[in-house]
Design a protein around this ligand. Structure first.
Ligand SMILES: NC(=O)c1ccc[n+]([C@@H]2O[C@H](COP(=O)([O-])OP(=O)(O)OC[C@H]3O[C@@H](n4cnc5c(N)ncnc54)[C@H](O)[C@@H]3O)[C@@H](O)[C@H]2O)c1
Ligand SMILES: [Zn+2]
Ligand SMILES: [Zn+2]
Length: 391
């Protein structure tokens, strides 16, 4: 089959690789009909998540048709059309029983690597380094789906692939980020980042009754935030975000701040250069510009919710600001399985069509060029979907 493989930093290629096979009785094989590139893939592309090996297949946002099932998968049949949550979850460990699927205790076969870095290992994730399991990803024509009796969710034929694909990650991720803010009617929620995650966080916070302020500097992303989430927007290249948020909230600051940017935040001036140099020299693994701002700008007693991915150590984080303002910090990979059925219902009932974020649809063969376009925010690129069928 054809698959998008990581070779080294900034170098991904579509290679011909062996087809996946069933390895365990609870596995299924899925023929992928649509897959997407995520902001999280950029952290692998740009080399900021460790433990990648040449030949690793990328991709954790994918859906398709079940073509083979293991003997212990009783809920799926060959021919079923499914979307697959990006964290791999066993469904029966302590964490899965608490619906904390992205913390599953059984799905990272290389847990000792993550335990060294983090103390305990989170769940395995498709196509997301050997730190998180070394699983082959879904930017490919086929994928092996472990714990297939837990992960894949069937989707109705009345909805297109484009409408349901983002249930695998960015829609639930934005939703969880907003839910973590415990929004009350009229709360002000400021969201750093108007990429797919930031946009779905803004839409979700608005649905929960918040007044939403989206922050970015890419004009088409800010436009999308206004148009689809009804957000007020700030261009951080033009205004002092802290000052303006303070003015907009009667001097109190937002009730909640969401960092939907993560470890590759863009920064200006001395602070931006400081992080870039330290990250390049590996003295700091992540660039926390947006997180620093979110903590500083958040009003007293507020919540900072962090869907943006961080991989390791950051510098100059004002924990005193968080402590003395009594902030609540919430973060983590998304418990996709928890939110997916409810969000699917919203799509089915016509409340929302997540396909609005798609700006590029191309055959899998064009994925390497699209990684560059998406990373560099060129050509109006907000979300790329790849069609492996026409590779
Ligand atoms: N928690 C999870 O489970 C989960 C799931 C998916 C993605 N993510 C993470 O969410 C983040 C966003 O993903 P995405 O797909 O939307 O990525 P993206 O790259 O499309 O969007 C990031 C946006 O942040 C903006 N930005 C950069 N620096 C900024 C700054 N200093 N202030 C404000 N905005 C800034 C960029 O212009 C861009 O629009 C990534 O870190 C990704 O890894 C987390
Ligand atoms: Zn993703
Ligand atoms: Zn589990």
């Amino acid at each position: 089959m054809k698959a998008l493989c990581w070779h080294r930093v900034g170098d991904v290629r579509v290679d011909t690789v062996p087809d996946p096979e069933l390895l365990n009785p609870r596995d299924a094989i899925v023929r992928i009909t649509l897959t997407a590139i995520c902001g999280s893939d950029l952290h692998l592309y740009d080399g900021y998540i460790p433990a990648m090996k040449p030949g690793d297949i990328l991709g954790h946002e994918f859906m398709g048709e079940v073509v083979e099932v293991g003997p212990e998968v009783n809920n799926l049949r060959v021919g079923d059309r499914v979307v697959i949550p990006f964290p791999i979850a066993c469904g029966s460990c302590h964490y899965c029983n608490h619906r904390e699927y992205s913390l599953c205790d059984n799905s990272n076969p290389k847990a000792e690597l993550a335990e060294k870095a983090y103390g305990y290992s989170p769940a395995g994730i498709y196509g997301y380094s050997h730190l998180l399991g070394g699983y082959a990803g879904g930017q490919a024509q086929y994928a092996r789906v472990p714990y297939a009796d837990v992960g894949p969710f069937k989707v109705p034929d009345s909805l297109t692939d484009e409408q349901v694909l983002f249930l695998t990650d960015v829609f639930p991720t934005g939703y969880q980020a907003a839910e973590y803010c415990d929004v009350e009617e009229g709360d002000v929620v400021a969201v750093w980042g108007c990429g797919p995650v930031g946009l779905f966080a803004q839409i979700s916070a608005a649905m929960m009754g918040a007044r939403v302020i989206g922050i970015d500097r890419v004009p088409e992303r800010l436009r999308m935030a206004r148009e689809f989430a009804g957000s007020e927007t700030l261009d951080y290249g033009e205004v002092d975000v802290f000052d303006v948020l303070k003015q907009m909230t009667g001097g109190r600051g937002p009730d909640a701040c969401i960092d939907a940017v993560g470890m590759e935040a863009h920064g200006f001036g001395v602070a931006g250069a400081y992080d870039k140099v330290k990250q390049t020299l590996r003295l700091e693994s992540d660039r926390p510009t947006a997180l620093r701002e979110a903590i500083q700008a958040c009003g007293k007693g507020g919540t900072v919710s962090i869907p943006g991915v961080y991989g390791g150590v950051i510098d100059k984080l004002n924990i005193g600001a968080a402590f003395n303002k009594g902030l609540t910090l919430r973060m983590g990979q998304t418990h996709v399985h928890r939110y997916l059925p409810n969000l699917l219902q919203h799509i089915e009932s016509g409340d929302l069509d997540p396909s609005f974020i798609i700006t590029h649809r191309v055959p899998l063969d064009e994925a390497p060029a699209m990684y560059r376009t998406f990373r560099d925010k060129e050509d109006g690129c907000i979300k790329v979907v790849l069609d492996p069928g026409t590779a």
